[in-house]
Write a protein that binds this ligand. Structure first.
Ligand SMILES: O=P(O)(O)OC[C@H]1O[C@H](OP(=O)(O)OP(=O)(O)O)[C@H](O)[C@@H]1O
Ligand code: HPA
Length: 179
């Protein structure tokens, strides 16, 4: 699998340090509160699990599974809820945890949904931001790293469901994307 990577953009060590930093920041911002951290499956799973272990606050966790990329490298434009939350968000302070904001369609859909469901506050935390891909006006409150206009994989991010288990963020060799 590692042989299919063209180059690494963000190393395992850089991710580890960033998770510590973000966990500390969330602990300060939510001190004395009981936020609901929402992991957006499947991609955000490793990031959420690493960040929360660097927090020192009480928080609740839930997951929403949404999908819009299928097996390709471009958003279909249609955000499908594969699994909804089990928790009511009305009156809650939400921390939406994402692996990447690219077109912004997934997050703008979720933010609208959670506003409609009367969340008290909504904070967006994303490991990666790809501003060049944006078609919906959405911005994260906390961003780990900005990435260039390339389809990235690893640490939760997939291409056709593969590579989520890489410990770093990288770009595949061009021949893999076209296979
Ligand atoms: O800003 P956008 O263009 O909407 O892209 C971001 C979303 O795309 C990916 O999810 P995907 O739909 O591929 O599902 P997955 O997390 O299960 O891979 C990623 O995990 C984000 O949720
Ligand atoms: O660059 C990306 N890689 C993997 N999944 C994604 N979903 C949106 N953008 C990306």
């Amino acid at each position: 699998m590692h042989g299919e990577i063209d180059h690494i953009l963000i190393t395992e060590e850089q991710i580890k340090l960033k998770c510590q930093e973000i966990g500390k920041q969330l602990s300060e911002e939510y001190d004395g509160k009981f936020p609901l951290a929402i992991g957006v499956l499947k991609g955000a799973m490793p990031f959420l699990s690493d960040v929360i272990r660097h927090t020192d606050i009480h928080l609740e966790m839930d997951f929403m599974d949404v999908s819009s990329y299928g097996d390709g490298t471009r958003s279909t434009g249609e955000v499908k809820i594969v699994k909804d939350l089990n928790t009511k968000v009305e009156g809650r302070d939400l921390i939406i945890v994402e692996d990447i904001i690219d077109s912004g369609l997934t997050l703008s859909y979720l933010v609208d949904l959670f506003k409609y469901r009367k969340a008290r506050s909504i904070k967006i935390v994303t490991l990666l931001d790809k501003p060049s891909g944006r078609s919906a006006a959405i911005q994260a409150d906390i961003i780990g790293f900005e990435v260039p206009d390339e389809f990235v994989v690893g640490y939760g991010l997939d291409y056709a469901e593969r590579y989520r288990n890489l410990p770093y963020i990288g770009v595949l060799k061009p021949e893999i994307y076209s296979e």
